[in-house]
Design a protein around this ligand. Structure first.
Ligand code: ZN
Length: 157
């Protein structure tokens, strides 16, 4: 399956005000359409009025503290993880996202299992909840591509 992940700028999708808005509000959302995930940004007012039924996941942005360090939106990445977890499709994306969250210390690796010829990683989230994620047959190339897409989605520069 192909994933195309598109990233909008730091402007409200609807009214184009720059974000965070004058009240310090900034909402982000992931919309799934056909076979792609698109990221949308909203100011406080427009998010309130937006039709959220078509949104795959959404979250409120926290104000970024100063500094020039590359910022990883762990809240958004976690939201996407839990949403994908509820579904059975997107196995490759779920696995790559899990590895990414592992590297960002948002998830913790507890164990690696092999069952019925399939490999699984057992992960624990910050609330201590365990998740069993299948490691799908995936090429290194595909993995790098998905990882790059996810970073594009959640990394602030
Ligand atoms: Zn707006």
């Amino acid at each position: 399956m192909e994933y195309k992940i598109e990233r909008a700028g730091k402007r409200c999708e609807v009214c184009e005000t720059s974000l965070p808005d004058k009240d310090g509000k900034w909402f982000s959302a992931i919309k799934e359409s056909a076979r792609e995930f698109v990221r949308l940004e909203f100011c406080g007012n427009c998010f309130e009025k937006a039709d959220k039924s078509g949104l795959f996941s959404f979250w409120k942005r926290k104000a970024k503290k100063g500094g020039t360090k590359i910022f990883f939106d762990s809240e958004g990445a976690s939201q996407l993880f839990y949403r994908i977890l509820e579904q059975d499709e997107h196995k490759e994306l779920l696995y790559v996202l899990s590895i990414l969250l592992l590297r960002k210390h948002i998830l913790k690796l507890l164990d690696i299992l092999e069952e019925g010829g399939k490999k699984f990683v057992i992960l624990s989230d910050r609330a201590g909840k365990q998740h069993k994620i299948e490691e799908p047959p995936i090429s290194a190339e595909k993995m790098a591509e998905l990882k790059e897409n996810l970073l594009k989605l959640f990394q602030e520069v």
